[in-house]
Design a protein around this ligand. Structure first.
Ligand code: AMP
Length: 399
């Protein structure tokens, strides 16, 4: 089956056309600055270079139409006609408590996703625009929704309740939801397969550390705890997000700096994390590490705080699961940065964890990076959310 995977942001649309039989990516790309005169599409058909085209895309419908035109183009296309696309899989950020698995999208499902908009006001409306745009351009092609939150719906109450008046949960569904679920689910399952251990009888901790970052405790194939919360702001120190802080800091800083609540939230989302801590004008770990090498003390403290926060959650989740079989690193930082993996694991020596430096230095492939003697396996597994969305979509439409 050929599955078009769509990930819509408020002014962007990422896409991949995947052959779900052999998992080939037939083409991929990104439409950016949708709604402006500067809109542009990057397009990479399989086996060719990425190319950029300035095409005016006033809205997401035009963006979907443009994507289809490229995919079916006589010269650059990878399919002859729209009919070859069997289904569309949409990444949807927040499914609240309503979705614990992927679904085939109909009008009723769209209504329910819209009911979750409050919980992800920046993301869900954009996802819905993407769904509606695809329905307009491909009315006869089945569409499925794959939710970032769905995998975490197995968390027990003790993991997802906050210490707040219970009525906030009852009235507004204020609770931990967790995100990156598609990645945590894909990576933990790959880990069990690679180690040849039964997924439904395993204890795996996934460290999805990229620009956004979250850790998940996966016990017997189910998420039992995760570091992000009601929103993706909670948990680890991230690229520009603060992660968990004392909530009283918000009022304190608002008064000191004379900020509105919107300004304060902007600081927590966009100006904090390693960007705010290191103070070198970048949230990219390559820049932070370069600054550390050049002797920048503030950057070195940032790196230490960052790694220590990862360890805090890993330690907590080992306790929560009463043990761990494997710890997996994934996403931009987790896949590419041997130093951070090494620092995190150096705290876990008491668990009998030992890293093989040579293996830890390798890049871009699935790999066990712990020594044979290590009591707990440590792995690097590149995440592949698009493939997971394509496979879930295939399964749904094949039923
Ligand atoms: P993601 O959100 O998963 O795409 O991760 C993006 C982040 O990964 C970037 O902001 C970088 O901080 C980090 N990253 C990517 N490549 C490297 C690398 N070679 N070394 C260190 N960090 C990297």
């Amino acid at each position: 089956m050929k599955i078009l995977v769509i990930n819509c942001g408020s002014s962007s649309l990422k896409f991949q056309l995947i052959n779900s039989e052999n998992e080939d990516v037939l083409a991929k790309g990104l439409c950016e600055r949708i709604g402006t005169k500067e809109s542009v599409i990057n397009y990479t058909p399989m086996g060719s270079e990425k190319k950029s085209f300035d095409i005016y895309m006033p809205d997401h419908s035009k963006a979907v139409e443009t994507v289809i035109n490229f995919l079916t183009d006589e010269n650059m296309g990878v399919v002859k006609s729209l009919d070859e696309i069997d289904a569309v899989g949409h990444r949807i950020v927040h499914g609240g408590e309503k979705f614990n698995s992927s679904v085939v999208i109909d009008d009723e499902v769209i209504k329910v996703i819209e009911e979750c908009n409050d919980l992800a006001p920046l993301h869900n409306p954009a996802n819905i625009i993407g769904i509606k745009a695809c329905k307009e351009v491909m009315p006869d092609t089945p569409q499925c929704g794959v939710f970032d939150t769905a995998f975490h719906q197995t968390m027990p109450k003790k993991s997802y309740l906050y210490g707040l008046p219970f009525e906030y949960y009852e009235k507004y569904k204020v609770r931990r939801y967790g995100f990156h679920g598609t990645s945590h689910s894909y990576v933990s399952k790959r880990c069990a397969d690679l180690l040849n251990i039964p997924y439904d009888n395993s204890k795996i901790i996934v460290c999805h550390i990229g620009n956004g970052a979250s850790i998940c405790a996966v016990k017997n194939g189910e998420s039992v705890d995760t570091s992000m919360g009601l929103t993706p702001l909670e948990g680890l120190i991230m690229g520009t997000r603060s992660g968990s802080i004392d909530p009283a800091i918000i009022e304190f800083i608002m008064k000191k700096e004379n900020l509105t609540i919107d300004e304060a939230m902007n600081v927590l989302n966009k100006k904090s994390g390693v960007y705010g801590l290191a103070g070198i004008g970048s949230s990219d770990f390559r820049d932070i590490l370069k600054a550390v090498e050049e002797g920048n003390k503030q950057a070195a403290d940032t790196l230490e705080a960052y790694c220590y926060n990862v360890v805090r959650y890993v330690g907590a989740y080992i306790a929560a699961m009463n043990g761990v079989d494997a710890i997996v690193f994934t996403a931009g930082v987790g896949e590419n940065n041997p130093d951070i993996r090494k620092i995190v694991c150096s705290y876990l020596g008491y668990m009998g964890i030992e890293i093989d430096d040579e293996k830890n230095g390798m890049r871009g492939e699935e790999m066990v990076i712990s020594t044979d003697a290590s009591k707990v396996k440590v792995l690097v597994i590149p995440t592949n959310e698009e493939l997971k969305i394509a496979l879930e979509t295939k399964e749904l439409v094949s039923k």
